[in-house]
Ligand binder design. Sequence first.
Ligand code: BGC
Length: 429
Amino acid sequence: MKKKMALVTMAAVLALSTAACGSGGDTGSDSGQTSGGETSGSEVANKDKPLVWFNRQPSNSSTGELDMAALSFNDDTYYVGFDANQGAELQGTMVRDYIEANIDSIDRNGDGVIGYVLAIGDIGHNDSVARTRGVRSALGTGVDKDGSVNSDPVGTNTDGSASAVQDGTIEVNGETYTVRELASQEMKNSAGATWDAATAGNAIGTWASSFGDQIDVVVSNNDGMGMSMFNAWSKDNEVPTFGYDANNDAVAAIAEGYGGTISQHADVQAYLTLRVLRNALDGVDVDTGIGTEDEVGNVLSDDVYVYNADERSYYALNVAVTAENYQEFTDSTKVYEPVSNQLDESEHPEKSVWLNIYNAADNFLSSTYQPLLQNYDDLLNLNVEYIGGDGQTESNITNRLGNPSQYDAFAINMVKTDNAASYTSLLSQ
Ligand code: BGC
């Protein structure tokens, strides 16, 4: 906190001195350094400063095609996220395994149909799309649309007639059971915020009052919405509810009947988000402290992340968290032990980073990701200014990047994956 205040004061002084000398130029605290770390005698232009996109990968929100211009904005640009497809498949398998293991008791009204409802986060977000597909594929309810599983919400489908899904089947001990997606909806509130937990809590109320006894399983694209539905309805009705993110409250709820969640290894992602910036600012190989052990012993093993050089993207790997192993995941904000060693400040002098969270109200980003970033920023000697967006408009965030010259590096979490240019245009000015 103190550190942040100091930064703000320093920034103000810098801004004043810029105005006073009328240079209007770059007065970044990194003056005299290139992003490669050597002394250049000139200041680093904003367009050449290290940039990491995280959580929302620059891409076309309709087709999923990666925005390579944004991903290779300069030599020190990367994306950090997690393997959305591997995680989605895990989520689907976790739900199917649960159904199979509890087949004798799962069909609450004994109508021969295992019914589930699905909370969709954001129809234009690749993670959300992947999770919807992963669940439908595992349960046999997916139908093909242009070569992949249709991820459209169905509204209500209690009679099984919706065209975006089909009735699936699950076979256990030689018997075949029908599985039906009874309802699904994008959880977007009237102001436009997606992945909206309150909207999901209301939706389960509506669904339960019209066809509650048909609902045997509740599935959600994330824990924020999943926990809202669990607290509003499924906990009392003992209906297993599955989410994604392994937020603390969701992991704790497994003891009370929450079915399970997926850890997207936010502890590894938050580290990578700041570490790629640190490495660029130090002018060292980007793999330092990642695949290659650094001088204080920080290193990641290849079972927790992959790097795809063509996509300039780091992806953390996911792990299923269920009744069997949840005890190991009770603190989602704890730094990952293999990368928890403090860097020496004389070798890695303090640098300033501008970082935004697209929606300050997002459960995962605010209760898991940001606390992790705050733990790692100290270990990596980065002075990070955290900006929280409203989850709806890009300009609410870009307005607060008024003077990029004050910072040495940037970490960006967009509202919409299509909008990278709103940020890169500010850095290119
Ligand atoms: C998380 C969600 C979160 C979303 C925000 C996803 O990766 O799993 O919980 O709301 O990112 O962009």
